[in-house]
Design a protein around this ligand. Sequence first.
Ligand code: MTE
Ligand code: CO
Length: 423
Amino acid sequence: MGDKTLEGKTTRRGFLAGGAAAAAGAALVPAAAKAEGDPAILNLPSWTQELGAGVDAAPYGMPSKYEAHVVRRNVPWLTADSVSSINFTPLHELDGIITPNGVCFERHHSGVAEVDPAEYRLMINGLVDRELVFTLDDLKRFPRHNRVYFLECAANSGMEWRGAQLNGCQFTHGMIHNVMYTGVLLKDLLNEAGVKGSAKWVLPEGADAAGMTRSVPLEKAMDDCMIAFKMNGEALRPEQGYPARLVVPGWEGNMWVKWIRRLEVGDMPWHHREETSKYTDLLANGKARRFTWEMDAKSVVTNPSPQAPITHGKGPTVLTGVAWSGRGTIPRVDVTIDGGITWHEARVDGPSLPMSMHRFYYEFNWDGKPMLIQSRAHDSTGYVQPTKDALRKVRGESSIYHNNGIQTWAVNANGEAENVEIS
Ligand code: MTE
Ligand code: CO
């Protein structure tokens, strides 16, 4: 692998001296397995010789026992207590664009509220003509909409501001999930209540012990926000806000209030009325960026990556990853396997929906030599994902939030990957 500098950065020059970049091949047909000497094809497997479980064995189905390693994981040293903590989506084990409900990362300030749906209520009060209280059944009598959106915590990749730290895209990029929500438009509920002319903000409040409050500009609330009660077709999971949560498309995760209980319509945000409840980004000069709600375009290669090494050796290889933007769709993703000396346009496959994850692939013939792998997303506004160094020039290194810099994986000749930075 390339030279490591004192800061632990791998230099591009060192990489070039250390090994040639792999060449992309034309026909990528993997060699077929041979029957000769392979017991897995020559012998009748045990599961062919006995009856399997009946249809009543698993009323609610679970993944194969061989997939037991596909789980959310946390980083114990990050937080003092698991009730005010975060875990991470196993991005390297997933494909397509939808995050299965059981592995959507969780972020709670005071643990999971166990809300009884029969006693669930949503109140709209404040600067409205009629203060209203809805039951869950009331909400289901408004027109329903199905929308696929990513939710990314503003702190995603926050541990990487000062340099490469965590070995795995689950940990560097896993504070994100992408789900199809079914719910009602917030504007339909607000119109039912009648918003007064002086109103400027909607102040959602959660029913968890944190009583989480956030401030959403009225304009966004009347645009595409939803009150969702289904995720990927089934009821929201308790961890994701059962029975209802606020959906704030493209905007940072902390505004998506779970177990939503009240929406106050006001003329001022909460953080002007009390101590701030809004995240800010601290800059090098000590000043802070405040209203950074939209999530900037970002991408990461999920395979290969530190938790998902290449195990098949050289030859036909599928590189894949995900890209997203809080401002629209992802018309293009570039990938490099030689640390940015040459870039290739990846193949985006699957639905391309605004403010949703996109799946990309790059198929190539690996020559078995070390690689420096990166991906770079372009969004529909023309914005291009920046390098980490370019971000640091603007934002310094004291930030925690909104790190959308380009990720690098160094892959060695054995196919093992490591989180590095190159300069
Ligand atoms: N809503 C409530 N009521 N309580 C919370 O602690 N955490 C917020 C947001 N909504 C939170 C909440 C944060 S910081 C994030 S990133 C998202 O929920 C995480 O959503 P998830 O748990 O579905 O991944
Ligand atoms: Co968050």
